[in-house]
Design a protein around this ligand. Sequence first.
Ligand code: NAP
Length: 261
Amino acid sequence: MKRLETAAVLGSGAVGSALLEELPRSGVKVLAAWTQSSGLAPPPLTDVDVVLLAVSDSAIAPLAARLEVGPSQLVVHLAGALGLDVLKGGRKKGARVGSIHPLRAFVRGRRQDFHGAAAGVSGSDASAREQLKQLARALGMMPLETTDRARALYHAAAVLAAGSQVAVFAEAMRAFRKATGASEPAARAALLPLALNALEKLKGQTAPEALTGPAARGDFATIAAHRKMLPKDLLPLYDHLTNVMLQLSEDARRKRPRNRP
Ligand SMILES: NC(=O)c1ccc[n+]([C@@H]2O[C@H](COP(=O)([O-])OP(=O)(O)OC[C@H]3O[C@@H](n4cnc5c(N)ncnc54)[C@H](OP(=O)(O)O)[C@@H]3O)[C@@H](O)[C@H]2O)c1
């Protein structure tokens, strides 16, 4: 199987800029780069091994349909939420298609690379999948195969692991500010070390092992006291998370060696 040696990067936002910076370092020559605000049409792409569509999700399908590509080429998007159907424009012209989704948050204007992130990889055939796994490794990522059937579930998991943590943190700040009268920056500064420390533990421990707090200790009196004081609209979230924590704590107890207290 031929390694991907040359690329075109379409889009120069958060992910496009990182690709333009990191592909040459990983041994892939960028022969063409394009962004819509140039006002020009996408350049001819027939000379590159892989065309990376680093554009907004809604722009991928129309852009793929406009591309001049052929059978020896691979047309790829980077969207976590989308399957390969959005690349049918490229497929119709004979190109193989695929997706490489870095499981990392990129911010426009900030220099970031791909090292240490996992990458969801899918492809229209085995060679596309292998080439994209190889590309992910060259960029410093750990590739994981994904399928179109499980794509929404895969992406939901990524959202639960990222944006949902921020949402839970925002609700914790709301309760904290009600309790202390702290300003938003003060509440954020007070709670952030706790949140980071809790997630940091997951580097070396499973979720049941990393769990702390009253549910982990089976302290139902404290849980009842929390429920009395929390704003009513926070109770469904608190109760759901408490049930998850009780289940994790039960899992940890079952896995503990019998002779340990
Ligand atoms: N950001 C992340 O954390 C992250 C992580 C993993 C995967 N992704 C995926 O990476 C891809 C790019 O996301 P991003 O975060 O880099 O987005 P972004 O920073 O918002 O940049 C979007 C790019 O798409 C271009 N674009 C917007 N509308 C277009 C259109 N109608 N036709 C052609 N180009 C258009 C923009 O061009 P102009 O700037 O010239 O307007 C810009 O270059 C998306 O599929 C996204 O889901 C993002």
